[in-house]
Ligand binder design. Structure first.
Ligand SMILES: [Cu+2]
Length: 652
């Protein structure tokens, strides 16, 4: 049987002159017909610039027991490509009381166990005259999206259009989600709780806030006595959860892929409490407030993202569906194919902490790296090698000792040759450079595919990423030890006690689905959908606006059986909870236990094609949340569903 995924690949390989978003291994990603203006990623010199280690975000003040921040999203230029190449206009977060803190990726929020963090999030996407700034990237206004031009009756909808529109160029909605946070509903960054900047020139009739903004604004005021000002939303994070590696990023309905690709994202590290280790056990410190971003730090967060650039330094993101599979229309009203949205996007450069292919001088000692796959759609398979161009799969030069995942420490350290990371997953890892001589050069490489991931091994089941570009990530250069390494041997490390969840009171079946075009003669995907199953075990795909079907009892523990009816793996993220992976079972086979590195608490899990992925979670905060695929192109086009914890879910 030729699956649709194979058909898609076949489609892009046979059409002469098609724009090909991915290619066979060993060839440049855009070999056939690169879009006009695209910077050839092969021409970008690698390992030219030192890694930026984002310092801690400075607090604005203290409010009672809470650390208080005022953090805006702004537009600015940054040197992402090596010096000598143009700067790139990006968006990111920074502290409004510390203008030097605006950086992509954002500075790290350092949080303490049981000490609340309150943040006023400000949409400052305005120019110096106070007028709104349009999006840097092509917004497809035909999706079910925030849709500010729809006004209060048409916002958060899929607009009815009679002709194919151009990209939306109006004011940009944002709403920030703390990914991994045990957030109360009003502070979770619900996709329909977005808000526009308070700009002078918002067109008449536009909705300035999402459908749920006012409801959560009132709830926050009731709880904390603070009123949200226009163009802002204040959220409070209680930090009443195990310490872990979280991150904050935009979550606006139907625009997350573009808002996050433009830059706004940062780490949020929760520390201390019984779920953490004493300070001296693990390599550290991490940079504090005001730290030199090129200083000597032994705990370093690494946000890995794929991006593409135009020759003028600007970010490239496709502005037509034709980029994905050559389908150049007809679009509206003749077909059901969105004219601008791409089902996935794979950039042709690798960016770590906001710089393409950086290098890091590492001493002969241990380091703690907190990896984040911050890509839109790309699954990463990371490995440290000494021979950069070795045939993939390449031999690992050193092991990763993984000690944690999204929700904190694993029950025990796990030694791994490679890290498989889907978009949004985190890996807390110790790497030991002690036994390498000064001057040794090592490379972090990526063996994941330049195309959707379906499981398997590089070189056998899929071509590994391009050896010259996306197959390389960053370089380590070994330098002398500057001070004694007092951190503990990861092989003998005792991690904090791990308390698994209790017995479930309910099991529910949910589904992952792809929707094919109904346009005659075209078989490409037009959206991805979550859903349920019927009594016969067949998928029942559901859209964002359908009535809530996932409605756990407050305080209950549930098993979710995630049936993946598509041909690709999807990273499934559930808000509010940190869950355990129970097992995975092929539709026609036996269950297997979670991977060794999946035995802790997680908020995102890879659901493989034609398998049931079982997770167990405790739903202990009431209210309205979402679960979704973290391939953000999918999330933006229906692969997200609201869910509700507790009695009386809202009707659509
Ligand atoms: Cu997906």
């Amino acid at each position: 049987m030729i699956t649709r995924r194979l058909l898609l690949k076949a489609g892009v390989l046979v059409g002469a002159g098609l724009l090909i978003p991915w290619k066979r291994s060993g060839e440049p990603v855009f070999a056939v017909s690169p879009p006009a203006g695209l910077l050839n990623s092969l021409s970008i010199p690698k390992y030219q610039m030192p890694l930026v280690i984002p310092p801690a975000m400075p607090k604005t003040s203290k409010i009672g027991a809470a650390d208080y921040y005022e953090i805006a999203v702004r537009q600015f230029k940054q040197q992402i490509l090596p010096a000598g190449l143009p700067m790139t206009t990006v968006w990111s977060y920074g502290s409004v009381s510390h203008p030097g803190t605006f950086n992509y990726p954002a500075f790290t929020i350092e949080a303490d166990f049981h000490k609340p963090v309150r943040i006023k999030w400000i949409n400052d996407l305005k120019d110096s005259s106070g007028n709104f700034l349009p999006h840097l990237l092509p917004v497809d206004p035909t999706l079910h999206w925030a849709n500010p031009p729809g006004g209060t009756t048409g916002r958060d909808s899929r607009p009815t259009l009679s002709t194919t529109p151009s990209p939306y160029t109006g004011p940009v909605p944002i709403v920030t989600h703390l990914h991994g946070g045990h957030n109360a509903q009003e502070s979770d960054g619900y996709a329909e709780a977005w808000f526009l900047p308070q700009a002078h020139n918002i067109p008449g009739g536009f909705a300035t806030q999402g459908t749920w903004y006012e409801f959560f604004k009132n709830e926050f005021q009731t709880k904390f006595g603070v009123e949200w000002e226009p163009g802002t939303a204040t959220f409070q994070y209680q930090n009443d959860q195990r310490p872990g590696t979280f991150w904050y990023h935009d979550h606006t309905l139907g625009m997350t892929r573009l808002n996050v690709y433009a830059g706004p994202a940062g780490f949020y590290l929760l520390r201390r409490g019984p779920g953490d280790l004493p300070g001296a056990v693990l390599p550290g410190p991490a940079p504090g407030v005001g730290a030199n971003p090129f200083g000597r730090f032994y705990e370093i967060p690494l946000a890995i993202q794929d991006r593409s650039f135009n020759s003028d330094g600007s970010l490239f993101y496709p502005d037509t569906r034709a980029f994905f599979d050559g389908f150049g229309g007809p679009y509206i009203p003749t077909s059901d194919v969105p004219p601008i949205w791409n089902p996935e996007f794979f950039g042709d450069t690798m960016v770590v902490n906001g710089r393409t292919w950086p290098f890091l001088e590492v001493e002969r000692r241990r380091y703690r790296f907190r990896f984040l796959n911050g890509c839109n759609a790309r699954f990463l398979i990371l490995k440290v090698v000494s021979n950069l161009l070795a045939t993939r799969p390449a031999p690992a030069a050193l092991p990763f000792w993984q000690i944690g995942t999204e929700g904190g420490f694993l029950p025990g350290p796990v030694m791994l040759d490679q890290l498989l990371m889907s978009p949004s997953e985190r890996a807390d890892v110790i790497v030991d450079f002690t036994n390498f001589s000064v001057g040794t050069e090592l490379y972090l490489i990526n063996e994941g595919p330049d195309e959707p991931f379906g499981g398997g091994t590089a070189g056998t089941d899929f071509p590994p990423a391009n050896l010259q570009t996306t197959g390389q990530v960053m370089k380590f250069r070994v330098v002398p030890l500057a001070s004694k390494d007092t951190s503990h041997d990861p092989a003998r490390l005792t991690l904090p006690a791990f308390k698994p969840l209790g017995s479930p009171s309910n099991t529910r079946k949910v589904s992952l689905n792809e929707k094919a075009s109904t346009f005659s003669g075209f078989d490409g995907p037009v959206e991805a959908e979550l859903g349920t199953l019927d009594g016969a075990g067949n998928p029942v795909p559901r859209d964002w606006d359908d009535a809530i079907t996932e409605n756990p009892v407050l305080g209950s523990i549930e098993i979710w059986e995630i049936y993946n009816f598509t041909q690709d793996a999807h990273p499934i993220h559930i808000h509010e909870v940190q869950f355990q992976v129970v097992n995975r079972q092929p539709f026609d086979g036996d269950a297997r236990p979670p991977e060794r590195w999946e035995t802790g608490f997680k908020d995102s899990v890879i659901a493989y094609p034609e398998e049931i992925t079982r997770i167990k979670a405790m739903f202990d905060l009431p209210g309205l949340y979402v679960w979704h695929c973290h391939i953000v192109e999918h999330e933006d086009n229906e692969m997200m569903r609201p869910y509700f914890i507790g009695p009386n879910p809202p009707a659509p």
